[in-house]
Design a protein around this ligand. Structure first.
Ligand code: HEC
Ligand code: HEC
Length: 294
């Protein structure tokens, strides 16, 4: 199990900071009272190999005007790494998918996926963290399982009891997560969840985002890897391409989670880690919904 994976984004960040350092931008991001606490650099493991460049196969950013702060805000909890585990802990931790479906999977019949998907937190609890009360309340992802937004009101011990099987023996991840990783997922549940209903409507439109600030943010950061029109990396395949614009329009909740926390086991940046506000995420989502979907 590669422990440094969880923290590999820290190395990438240094690279992003170098890019940002070249620009003359002053932070103009708007503050909202909703920004959760963010990790401080001292609290993270020092990556052994510091990756100071955006990967060479990716394009150079054409616009370096950015509005992100170049300093990590203060706090002593890493709630960001756990967001990657929530997305796909098997990929992030580079562990093999358990041979059987997750034991709780058999308690539902509506979602017919099997194997790896049955173990992903997001598959049962949703990208919006609302389970049956959210976007997975209908359609092929419907399981009828509850969401996790109530985690915010639970103690760390109670959350750990959910993760290690003490609360429900069929909800036991302790055989796959090391102790430190269980702490990361608990921190994410306790401090990292955000109810996107503040911005994302049930018809997938976004309210309250500033698309022109979003464009600046997008071009200053995301375009370096995804291209100015978001089509540089295809997450789907030739027949059914998926680009930044596709995810933003089809699944804004997934977009929100990925932008916030990054993409498991990849070079993708977590914008929370580099100090973006919740409003900044809404802005970049608003802009990304204008990018081509195919
Ligand atoms: C196979 C589906 C499934 C997967 C995968 C899954 N859960 Fe759950 N989870 C459930 C179900 C069902 C419950 C409620 C069980 C009960 O009431 O005993 C639950 C309960 C919880 C709760 C308690 C929620 C509350 O308000 O009481 C938390 C927190 C939680 N899960 C987090 C996670 C995290 C984090 C992951 C990924 C590491 C995860 N779950 C993966 C199905 C799943
Ligand atoms: C350093 C390069 C890099 C930067 C910067 C970056 N990404 Fe990514 N992003 C990636 C990679 C690599 C992937 C994974 C692609 C894959 O293999 O599927 C990814 C994945 C994604 C996905 C999920 C695709 C899926 O499979 O569902 C979204 C959405 C996304 N990026 C949006 C953004 C946005 C928005 C920004 C700016 C806030 C951004 N990215 C910045 C490299 C980057």
């Amino acid at each position: 199990m590669n422990k440094s994976k969880v923290f590999s984004l820290a190395g990438l960040l240094l690279g992003v900071f170098l890019l940002i350092g070249c620009s003359t931008a002053t932070p103009t991001r708007s503050e909202t009272g909703t920004q959760p606490p963010v990790v401080s650099p001292e609290q993270m493991d020092t990556p052994t190999a510091v990756d100071t460049q955006v990967p060479t196969e990716m394009q150079e950013p054409t616009i370096v005007q950015v509005t992100v702060e170049t300093q990590l805000p203060d706090s002593n909890v890493d709630y960001i790494s756990g967001g990657l585990l929530y997305d796909n802990w098997m990929k992030q931790l580079e562990v093999e998918t358990p041979a059987e479906d997750q034991p709780l999977w058999k308690t539902q019949t509506t979602n017919t996926r099997s194997g790896k998907d049955t173990w992903r937190c997001k598959e049962c609890h949703g990208w919006d963290y609302k389970g049956l009360e959210g976007a997975y309340g209908s359609g092929s992802h419907f399981t009828g399982f509850k969401g996790v937004l109530d985690s915010v009101s639970m103690t760390e011990d109670e959350l750990l009891a959910w993760m290690d099987g003490s609360e429900n023996s069929e909800h036991d991840f302790s055989g796959y997560f090391q102790e430190a990783e269980l702490t990361l997922i608990v921190n994410f549940l306790k401090y990292g969840l955000f109810d996107t209903a503040a911005y994302i409507n049930s018809d997938k439109s976004v309210s309250g985002g500033d698309g022109s600030n979003g464009k600046l943010l997008y071009n200053g950061l995301c375009a370096a890897c995804h291209g100015e029109d978001g089509r540089f990396i295809n997450f789907g395949d030739e027949d059914e391409p998926e680009f930044v614009g596709t995810i933003a329009s089809d699944n804004p909740w997934e977009f929100w989670h990925k932008a916030s926390f990054g993409h498991p086991d990849s070079q993708m940046v977590s914008v929370l880690r580099i100090g973006w506000s919740i409003q900044d995420i809404a802005d970049v989502l608003t802009y990304s919904q204008t990018l081509p979907t195919e």
